[in-house]
Design a protein around this ligand. Structure first.
Ligand code: HMG
Ligand code: MG
Length: 309
């Protein structure tokens, strides 16, 4: 096959949702002040990020780091063309979230019963019952509804996850009206073909335009999994600035793929993301400095080293 034909398989543009302020910071032990989170959101939008997952409206007893959700949402200077999303596990979360005017909400379920119980304290079936009124209420207010399917390839409690489990949750989410589905490798154990199978399972119920990948990088596979999904035509991904993140209910899982690394890869493939990599590296440095660590991004590290001469 000639090179040109290979190129044709990839989408010409990619939409990246930076989940750093939410997924990235939810697992930090030290309380990150609301001003710092707001500062991060501002730097991300300055870098050209058009989709930002800002916070979650979950129980502060379960995830103390997100307790300042309303304050963070209220403090953001909203920019035209930027969409702000938040996580809402139930009606209580949705009502609080709605007051903060998100463009999009995320209901988050799981492909394994054990993870569903640990993360949101209910079974998969119960989670769908909780999500249904949230989806209805959000749509009534014109708020877009995304769903996340956690542990779509592997679960910390149940091990490998069959694609049929993903297919089931995608079907249930579709039935209650969830508009977009994210296939999440929560603990970063996936490898390209397994991820493609999980994507394929979700694609049985969702259009290619309504599906995204959310890959944690625990085993260093997230860029490979992104490329494997790009080959299928999937053009929307979550990624986390400076590779921050993890889920408090998925021990040992590290952050999402670093947004800087994804942007570097896509830029090299002539795939447009609308993001200015240099400014994005600045955003990653800002939050990493605050956390007293180096950005967990190979591209950011290389760029920062180059800058230092
Ligand atoms: P529960 O205990 O079953 O809820 O928690 P409940 O309805 O029985 O209520 C118990 C208490 O929580 C009550 O307060 C409620 O008012 C309160 P009390 O009377 O004891 O004082 N409560 C709430 N407070 C604030 N906001 C709410 C809310 N709901 C109830 N929305 C719940 C169920 C889902 C709330 C809980 O399990 C929870 O908060 N879990 C947190 C899960 C979480 O945030 N995980 C991390 C995000 S998901 C993720 O990272 C994965 C993702 O990145 C994709 C991937 O990588 O896989 C998206
Ligand atoms: Mg995640």
């Amino acid at each position: 096959m000639v090179l040109k034909e290979w190129h044709m398989r990839y989408p010409s543009k990619v939409k990246l949702v930076d989940v750093g302020p939410r997924d990235g910071l939810q697992n930090e032990k030290e309380t990150v002040p609301a001003e710092v989170k707001i500062g991060l959101v501002h730097r991300l939008q300055d870098a050209g990020v058009r989709e930002i997952e800002v916070t979650s409206f979950v129980s502060p007893k379960w995830v103390p780091q997100m307790a300042d959700n309303a304050q963070v949402m209220a403090g953001i200077e909203r920019r035209k063309g930027v969409r702000y999303s938040v996580l809402t596990p139930n009606m209580k979360g949705f009502e609080a979230a709605a007051a903060s005017r998100p463009d999009e909400i995320v209901v988050f379920g799981a492909a394994s019963e054990a993870f569903s119980q640990r993360n949101i304290n209910c079974s998969i079936a119960e989670s769908i019952e909780r999500f249904a009124p949230v989806v209805e209420a959000a749509k009534a207010k014109g708020i877009y509804v995304r769903g996340a399917i956690s542990v779509a390839v592997g679960c910390p409690y149940e091990g490998e996850i069959a694609p049929e489990r993903v297919e089931l949750v995608a079907r249930l989410m579709k039935q209650i009206g969830v508009q977009h589905i994210g296939v999440a490798d929560t603990i970063g154990v996936g490898t390209p073909v397994k991820v493609q199978r999980a994507m394929e399972a979700a694609l049985r119920h969702y259009d290619l335009n309504d599906i995204s990948g959310h890959f944690h990088d625990t085993y260093g596979q997230a860029l490979g999994n992104t490329l494997a999904s790009l080959e299928m035509g999937v053009w929307q991904y979550d990624a986390s600035i400076a590779g921050l993140g993890g889920c408090p209910y998925a021990k040992g899982a590290t952050g999402n793929v670093a947004t800087e690394d994804v942007v570097y890869m896509l830029r090299g493939m002539d795939i447009d993301t609308g993001i200015d990599l240099d400014k994005q590296v600045d955003a990653g440095k800002y939050i990493s400095d605050w956390l007293h660590r180096k950005p967990n991004s190979r591209a950011a590290t290389a760029i920062l080293n180059k800058r230092a001469g």
